[in-house]
Design a protein around this ligand. Sequence first.
Ligand SMILES: Nc1ncnc2c1ncn2[C@@H]1O[C@H](COP(=O)(O)OP(=O)(O)OP(=O)(O)O)[C@@H](O)[C@H]1O
Ligand SMILES: [Mg+2]
Length: 269
Amino acid sequence: MVIGIDIGSTTTKSVAIYPDKSFKSLTTKAIDPITSATGALGKMLMENQLQISSIRSIVLTGAGAPGIKGNLFGVETHKIDELEAVGLGGMYLSGESGVIITNIGTGTALVEAHPGLIKHIGGTGVGGGTILGLAKAMFKTSEIQAVFDLAEQGKIGEVDLLIGDIVDDDLSFLKREMTAANFGKMPDNARNEDIAMGILTMVYQVIGTVSAFAARSRNISRVVVTGTASDGSIAKRILDAIGNIFEITFIYPHDAAYATALGAALSKV
Ligand SMILES: Nc1ncnc2c1ncn2[C@@H]1O[C@H](COP(=O)(O)OP(=O)(O)OP(=O)(O)O)[C@@H](O)[C@H]1O
Ligand SMILES: [Mg+2]
């Protein structure tokens, strides 16, 4: 069995890959790298009644990986570049190659992934951490689910200046309901529900647009979306609206939060 541990800036994701390539997964909070790695490993063993002797190798990746030196409880450890792991895991989960993979974590990283060729092509500091940070400032909450719940009741046209607010018809390929300026119409008495929707719209529109531009500049039409912050129906709806504009298909694989950890483990399977 091979364990992959992705020590991210916000959460630690780990997977245990069995010889038949089935896998177990779990998420823990990212604390310091050693606590994150040992905690994730311990929890994985306990929850799945695994023996440490059954683990052949542990592969570490993510921002915290350099903080782990040497073996973990006598099991040899390896490290893999985080972007390489994103590429391997994203291709594996989606079954696709020749794609852009957009990993939405605390920040957002983009890779171009082909079999045998994974290239980091950039990203944006706008990501899941942006949602949590703005939510803390605006709503005094650190719960991502609270933001999604608020946004479900929100109306984007209350805070965003829409194309339809400034012209009578569609503008070029932009439909009337698309955003012309995020928060460009912010009223004095905006409801939290509308602000929450405005935050999610801004974040996922930026990510969608960066991804679409990256894909189009490489003659690629499919973008695989991974990372913990890629989950949720609102995120998918906003990304798909951007995809429609630029004729890009966003693909949302199952277990997307574990793409990086899986990619790490797969590098040694
Ligand atoms: N239960 C949760 N706990 C924390 N964040 C969550 C949770 N569910 C969704 N999120 C969102 O996911 C984001 C973190 O995503 P992820 O775990 O992929 O990032 P990371 O790997 O820690 O960071 P990075 O890859 O940028 O170093 C948070 O910023 C938040 O928006
Ligand atoms: Mg990450």
